[in-house]
Ligand binder design. Structure first.
Ligand code: FAD
Ligand code: SF4
Ligand code: SF4
Length: 477
């Protein structure tokens, strides 16, 4: 260990930008064994490991780095698996520069952080390849059943822990495939779909009942599910897209980001997608402008490149330093040919005689004083009007919670002023007895790793509730 002075930081090689822009495979190779051992040996085994402190799962990072450096990979996997239901997924898509790696002491000493995410991915990918990932073992049957609404990372993590705890678990999701945004939001070049599906299959094989294509609110009310199950978890994420308010924003060819990404991901699964085939949700041969500066916008611009757009621009109202998306993703997008138009916002859209968008009119922005989020607020520059050719405009302005009390026919379900579910942070229970909530529907749009952490915590809270419920029922009998 402690080799950070002699051994340079080295991430797995990325494929050349022009090659990776041709397909939806992940852009980086996996470490070879020697490289993983070398990179792990750079860790200085801190007494207080800030990497773990800043990992939402508090993964035992220095310990599994040491085991990897010593060639004890199976033990490294077992340790990594103890705190995470999806280590190979987090290794791929966590914004490590803001979490574990961004807080590595070696980064602060100017030597470049230990490449924690890439090692984490290597360890568990190897475990899958070697057959070390064991089938899910359900605990002794407790005779109680739970419903999980939403098969994203929060719901799936909770489902796994509850099944291991001996509960009968039913997962309901309105999509025809499980995985939530891991499956239909995040593109394959960040997270290949087989990586998600093998996790889902492991849960199915472990006896968790999946009800795919089942929309709560349409196929059943919340009360109907409460009658069938001893406890409920709502982990439905946030899906109400924020809209553009500029004149002309209703023209054809101005589309929501998630519709565009879902169509592309479905195509990747080999599904028939009429909106992709008829060109409405397909960037091929189009001048594409994506409005927004978060992870979703980054995924849209890079998807458009892969679909064969004529040009791809990302319009964002703040500058590079003040954008919410990961800097790594911006760099990847630039390498692949995306042009960033910083400090700019749309003011109007023009269309041709058939109603299809042709032009985006915009204005330059200046940064004013910091707003409530701590970032400097953009203000329009009256001198800065411009136009861009645009025959596909993708709106990636963020997501808010849907109106769940109305959707679920549950007026007593208490929400915050942002529409997210209000929970008691001790019990993780909503205003309804036995109904819990976790993930983005509580936090607002967040990260996969936080959803996994919430799934872990809510499963413990539900377990405490269900044990008490059983005692009360026994005493009453
Ligand atoms: P979700 O993953 O949203 O899952 C919720 C599930 O609930 C969905 O499957 C949905 O179909 C289902 N559902 C909703 N309503 C109902 C209903 N009424 N009935 C039945 N089922 C229902 N995070 C990262 O850490 N790294 C990234 O690189 C990253 N990239 C992202 C890219 C995009 C395009 C987006 C949109 C988000 C990205 N995120 C990323 C954020 C991350 O995906 C989310 O924070 C995370 O998936 C939230 O998990 P969740 O389980 O709470 O909800
Ligand atoms: Fe880093 Fe995410 Fe892995 Fe934690 S889960 S160690 S933050 S990559
Ligand atoms: Fe190792 Fe960096 Fe974590 Fe310290 S902060 S234990 S050097 S990975």
């Amino acid at each position: 260990m402690l080799q950070f002075v002699d051994r340079q930081q080295s991430y797995p090689d990325k494929r050349p930008a022009d090659a990776r822009a041709q397909d939806f495979r992940e852009i980086a190779d996996r470490y070879a064994r020697e490289a993983a051992e070398d990179q792990s040996s750079r860790c200085s085994q801190c007494g207080v490991p800030y990497c773990s402190v800043h990992c939402p799962l508090h993964n035992h990072i220095p310990d599994w780095l040491r085991l990897t450096a010593e060639g004890r990979l199976r033990e490294a996997y077992e340790l990594s698996n103890m705190t995470s239901t999806m280590p190979e997924i987090c290794g791929r898509i966590c914004p490590q520069d803001r979490l574990c790696e961004g807080n590595c002491v070696i980064e602060f000493s100017g030597h470049g952080a230990v490449t924690i995410g890439s090692v984490e991915k290597y360890i568990t990918d190897t475990a899958w390849a070697e057959g070390w990932v064991e089938p899910l073992q359900p605990g002794p049957d407790r005779g109680q059943s739970v419903a999980v609404i939403g098969a994203g990372p929060a719901g799936l993590s909770a489902a796994e822990y509850l099944r291991v705890g001996g509960y009968e678990v039913h997962v309901y999701d309105r999509h025809d495939r499980s995985g939530g945004l891991l499956t239909y939001g995040i593109p394959g070049f960040k997270l290949e779909k087989e990586v998600v599906m093998r996790r889902v299959d492991r849960l199915k094989d472990g006896g968790i009942h999946f009800h795919e294509g089942f929309a709560v609110g349409e196929d059943a009310t919340l009360d109907e599910l409460r009658e069938k199950h001893d406890a409920i978890l709502i982990a439905t994420g946030v899906y109400k897209a924020r809209d553009l308010k500029a004149p002309g924003s209703g023209h054809d060819g101005i589309v929501p980001a998630l519709d565009f990404l879902i169509a592309s991901n479905r195509k990747g699964f080999g599904d028939s997608v009429p909106e992709y085939d008829d060109g409405s949700l397909n960037a091929a041969n189009r001048h594409v402008v994506v409005v927004g500066g978060g992870d979703t916008a980054m995924d849209c611009v890079r998807t458009a490149i892969r679909q064969g757009a004529k040009s791809v621009k990302c319009l964002y109202r703040r500058d590079r330093d003040n954008m919410p998306g990961s800097q790594r993703e911006v760099a990847n997008a630039e390498e692949e040919g995306v042009e960033f138009v910083w400090l700019s916002g749309p003011t109007a859209f023009e269309a041709d005689e058939n109603g299809g968008v042709t032009t985006l009119r915009g204005t330059r922005m200046k940064l004013g004083q910091p707003d409530a989020s701590g970032r400097r607020a953009p203000e329009p520059d009256p001198e800065g009007d411009f136009t861009l050719e645009a025959d596909l405009v993708i709106k990636a302005l963020g997501f808010e919670a849907e109106d769940l009390p109305v959707l679920f026919g549950a007026e007593d379900l208490s929400v915050t002023r942002w529409g997210t579910l209000r929970i008691d942070h001790e019990t993780m229970m909503t205003s309804l007895d036995g109904v819990f909530a976790a993930g983005d529907i509580v936090r607002g749009a967040s990260l996969v790793v936080w959803a996994i952490r919430d799934g872990r915590e809510v499963s413990e809270a539900m377990h405490r509730y269900l044990k008490m419920k059983k005692i009360i029922q026994k005493e009453a009998a």
